[in-house]
Design a protein around this ligand. Structure first.
Ligand code: HEC
Ligand code: HEC
Ligand code: HEC
Length: 360
């Protein structure tokens, strides 16, 4: 329907529309993507933390979107914490005024006991915790109070390594009767002699690799020594004989180290200088805190959690009938510091000591 003169003119003057269209489209998409990046943020943004001297590649880099841990987190703690009621003397004590007071809490004032009881019930997600003296949860709870006080009192160098942070029931439980990130044996132990017996199973214990599944048991329960790397020649010896570490020990160490890295959401250079894994003189301060953490977890499992054997009902036990055990991720839950380093003990001097509670 166009005028004749236009059709003629159009035929005489052919124009290339395709190339400019591609150009305009490409520039337009780039401008659009640029605006989207500015407005919505960079989806692959990374955060990095320098852990060693400049130029040594000692840094921990992670996607910002993965920087968050796995627990209910800090808001859940803030909603359940409250400042202590500083005693002025002459207050009624919980042991005289309340029923079924857990051993070790009788000397608290009624105000502080009620406060602590309410908090412990919220932290463990057990609304009637300690109200029924015959419940297994009450007995377990008694052990847990002693365990928490021990962690704060005797493992200060770990749980307050950088400043006051500490541990309460919430650090592990986060509102659940069974804390997240407890671990069980993945397969029956009688088979641990052979090589393949503890390997090649897809389990979270090995970060879904074919590495041995018994690393946590070996190093965080059975006190086995981690020593696989040095500068001596191995040419003379046979791995696994005459004091030479077995190849499987190297794999087991790597399995444990992967677990450490995942528990804290960091990489190897958070603790090591990767050119010298064997050398305790070329490590970061965090290596020292981690080293203390190994001893702390061994005690936690051997002196406290093992005593739950026989107390817990069958549905709480693992696939091979073992009790739930703790390790780094039970507290850390994917954070470099549990609850991002929130001071959880400041309000709860009752859980910081097994002796006389010191209110400021
Ligand atoms: C270091 C981590 C950790 C801390 C801190 C901790 N717990 Fe536990 N708790 C555990 C583990 C592990 C279990 C075993 C899980 C199970 O019972 O299946 C457990 C189990 C329990 C149970 C038994 C739950 C059930 O239904 O089986 C109770 C009750 C309990 N804890 C109370 C407490 C109280 C109260 C505190 C604080 C005074 C506390 N816990 C602090 C790790 C912890
Ligand atoms: C949170 C700190 C931390 C992280 C992260 C970490 N390690 Fe370790 N690593 C240690 C500690 C502590 C030891 C020493 C344990 C001991 O000797 O009791 C150790 C020991 C080792 C050893 C054995 C050294 C020897 O003397 O035989 C190797 C190898 C190793 N780590 C490799 C790694 C690798 C690979 C990674 C990353 C996947 C890693 N580590 C991540 C803390 C860490
Ligand atoms: C009972 C709870 C608990 C367990 C279990 C635990 N940690 Fe920790 N860890 C803490 C707390 C709380 C802090 C924070 C201390 C501070 O910043 O003052 C911490 C801090 C650390 C730090 C120092 C982080 C930094 O930025 O300086 C490292 C490294 C660490 N833990 C490694 C480990 C390893 C490895 C394990 C397992 C072998 C482990 N932790 C088990 C509670 C725990």
């Amino acid at each position: 329907m166009l005028p004749k003169w236009f059709n003629k003119w159009n035929r005489d003057n052919p124009t290339d529309v395709e190339r400019p269209a591609i150009l305009v489209g490409a520039v337009g998409t780039a401008v659009f993507a640029g605006i989207a990046l500015v407005l919505l943020g960079q989806p692959f943004k990374t955060e990095s933390l320098q852990t060693g001297p400049r130029g040594t590649a000692m840094m921990v880099t992670k996607f910002a979107s993965e920087a968050n841990g796995l627990g209910l987190g800090v808001p859940g703690f803030q909603a359940t914490t409250s400042a202590p009621v500083i005693p002025t003397g002459g207050e009624e004590l919980a042991g005289d005024a309340r029923e079924n007071v857990p051993p070790g809490l009788e000397g608290l004032t009624v105000d502080n006991y009620d406060r602590l009881l309410t908090a412990m019930q919220a932290w463990t997600g057990i609304p009637n915790l300690f109200e029924d003296p015959d419940s297994y949860q009450t007995t377990v709870g008694y052990i847990m109070i002693g365990m928490t006080r021990n962690l704060n009192e005797n493992w200060d160098g770990h749980v307050n390594a950088n400043g006051e942070v500490g541990v309460t029931c919430y650090t592990c439980h986060q509102g659940q009767p069974v804390p997240s990130n407890v671990w069980f044996d993945a397969m029956p132990l009688k088979a641990t002699e052979g090589w393949s017996a503890v390997q090649n199973r897809v389990t979270p214990l090995t970060s879904y690799t074919s590495l041995p599944t018994d690393a946590l048991r070996a190093y965080l329960l059975d006190y086995e020594t981690i020593a696989v790397h040095d500068l001596e020649s191995r040419a003379e010896g046979v791995p696994g004989q005459d004091g030479y570490p077995a190849i499987q020990n190297a794999e087991r160490t790597y399995s444990l180290m992967n677990y450490f890295a995942n528990s804290l959401n960091v990489n190897c250079t958070f603790c090591h200088n990767s050119r010298a894994f064997y050398d305790g003189a070329q490590v970061t301060p965090q290596w020292g805190t981690a080293s203390l953490g190994i001893a702390m977890v061994q005690e936690l499992n051997n002196d406290y959690l093992i005593s739950l054997d026989g107390l817990l009902p069958p549905e709480r036990l693992g696939p091979t009938g073992d009790i739930p055990k703790a390790a780094c991720a039970t507290c850390h839950k994917g954070y470099q510091k549990p609850l991002q380093g929130t001071n959880v003990i400041g309000d709860w001097p009752e859980l910081a000591t097994s002796g006389e509670v010191a209110y400021e």
